[in-house]
Write a protein that binds this ligand. Structure first.
Ligand code: SAH
Ligand code: SF4
Length: 479
């Protein structure tokens, strides 16, 4: 079923209006006694999940809920889960199990578990059988009808499970309650068609489907008008944007359309699959003054046999050529990547190719993972003779190399003056503000919190593996 051809589906606007109508009914129900009910949304995993949680909070706010981080204060708890690695799933299960305590202390508390983890049949079953504390389970495809599902639990007092197999749809108009006021996530597409052999995402998130360019641009415009200064366009593979729409707009065109919105703000995006990052994209990034010179280009491995076994559809050489091309257009490009260590059957020699690729590319930062077997993926049935200890050795060697290079790259910033966007407080006394360079590197600063949301020129005074430290020279824009 999952490999069936996908026909694009859109959720009709009336259906979202119906959900908002249900929100109003829930509002009347939960605020009837004059109190202010509270909800807690706990998010695991990627930025797409962060963006989805902003929609869950949007609906909850319409239902009259305020928000808390304390499970003992919450009337509704929603745990938005991740399935990419086993580690994330174990954390979710541990934390959901522990909600027994809050539910005992607060009878009537409703606990919902949603997201990618429960879109896997075996996990939905596990929760059904072993986690009676959970009242509602729904997969990513059901998020648009969360109010309806929650109302069903409230009315029936019974457990509700809604994580049917589906290839996904596009739903516009879901209310959002955003986390920050400076940086915003903007989903431009959902799902993935790539079926990398280790990855569960295409099974749980459905097929690639793009939002219409006019909807993306309208949302970006609204974000800019609301004062957001840093907009990250999100998709599992943004380079496939528009392919399912046939409207003649590809990802590079979309960047240009967002870039044309008046205002002083930055455009970032993730993730780009190297198999189809184009010269047009790099040229557009270089030409659009609001587009950050930052590229997250996950390589996963440096050896051709492993790349083929992963079904990544590019070779080491093609990847290196792309990096060279991107850097030709943007000599100041900040480049980051994801790497998986210990893919089934990866030998010492094959791993050495990953190390040499990293030495050659010299990433600004890397996200490294030990391979995690995912139920139902092709790699799960590949022979895997190496032990966890072998993989850990490789992982440690890679981390050490990544840290050394990040440290060296950060040192090159010292003494330079550059433009940053001040985006928050660190909670620490000495360097109380955090900011990001155009390329997305973290800079700690000292200054008045009223500067949050402003661009500033800073001189970098010191650095370490993880961050830069600087002094503000001038503010460059006002709110
Ligand atoms: N769509 C994005 C990645 C989504 S998952 C892309 O293709 O780049 C984020 C990262 O998790 C991946 O890049 C990969 O490095 C890692 N990952 C995915 N599945 C994994 C698995 N089974 N084990 C370990 N790491 C995995
Ligand atoms: Fe997973 Fe590959 Fe799709 Fe990324 S491109 S989400 S790694 S299948």
């Amino acid at each position: 079923m999952l490999l069936m051809p996908y026909e694009r589906k859109e959720i009709a606007p009336e259906k979202i209006r119906e959900q908002e109508e249900i929100c109003r009914r829930i509002f009347d129900r939960v605020t009837a006694d004059g109190g202010r009910p509270l909800a807690m949304v706990d998010t695991y995993g990627c930025q797409q999940n962060e963006a989805d949680s902003e929609k869950l909070r949007g609906y909850l706010a319409e239902m009259g809920y305020g928000f808390t981080q304390d499970e003992f204060q919450a009337d509704v708890i929603v745990v938005n889960t991740c399935a990419v690695r086993e580690h994330a799933e174990m954390r979710v299960l541990g934390n959901v199990g522990a909600l027994n305590h809050s539910k005992k202390a607060r009878p009537g508390q409703i606990i919902a578990v949603c997201g990618c983890m429960v879109q896997q049949e075996h996990m939905a079953k596990k929760i059904k059988l072993s986690y009676p504390v959970v009242d509602l389970v729904f997969g990513p495809h059901e998020l648009w009808r969360f109010p309806e599902l929650l109302e069903r639990v409230m009315q029936s007092g019974k457990r509700v499970f809604a994580a049917e197999k589906d290839l996904g749809a596009v739903a516009e108009g879901i209310p959002q309650k955003r986390d920050g006021s400076v940086k915003a996530w903007l989903s431009i597409m959902y799902g993935c068609n790539n079926f990398c052999t280790y990855c569960v995402v295409p099974y749980v998130r459905g097929r690639e489907r793009s939002r219409r360019p006019e909807d993306v641009v309208a949302e970006a415009r609204a974000l800019v008008a609301a004062g957001y200064k840093d907009i990250t366009l999100l998709g599992q593979n943004v380079n496939s944007y528009g392919k399912d729409l046939d409207c003649g707009v590809d990802f590079a065109d979309l960047i240009r359309m967002v870039n044309d919105i008046p205002g002083d703000f930055l455009i970032r995006f993730m993730t780009s699959h190297p198999k189809d990052a184009t010269e047009k994209l790099f040229k557009t990034m270089a030409e659009c003054e609001k587009c950050a010179h930052q590229l997250h280009l996950p390589v996963q491995a440096g050896n051709d046999r492993i790349l083929k076994a992963m079904n990544r559809s590019y070779t080491r050489q093609k990847y290196l050529d792309q990096v060279a091309l991107a850097r030709r257009y943007m000599p100041d490009l900040v480049l980051t990547t994801d790497i998986i260590v210990g893919f089934p059957g990866e030998t010492d020699e094959e791993f050495a190719d990953t190390l040499s690729l990293v030495e050659q590319v010299r990433y600004d930062a890397m996200f490294t993972f030990i391979y995690s077997k995912r139920v139902g993926t092709q790699a799960a049935s590949m022979p895997d003779p190496y032990t966890r200890a072998d993989k850990q050795k490789h992982f440690d060697a890679l981390t050490e190399l990544a840290n050394r290079i990040s440290g060296e790259k950060h040192r090159e910033y010292e003494g330079k003056t550059l433009r940053v966007l001040i985006d928050g407080e660190t909670g620490r006394e000495e360097y109380n503000l955090s900011s990001r360079t155009n390329g997305g590197r973290l800079v700690h600063l000292k200054g008045d919190p009223s500067l949050i949301g402003q661009f500033a020129e800073v001189t970098i005074t010191s650095s370490n593996t993880w961050a830069l430290y600087g002094e503000i020279v001038t503010r460059t824009t006002d709110h």
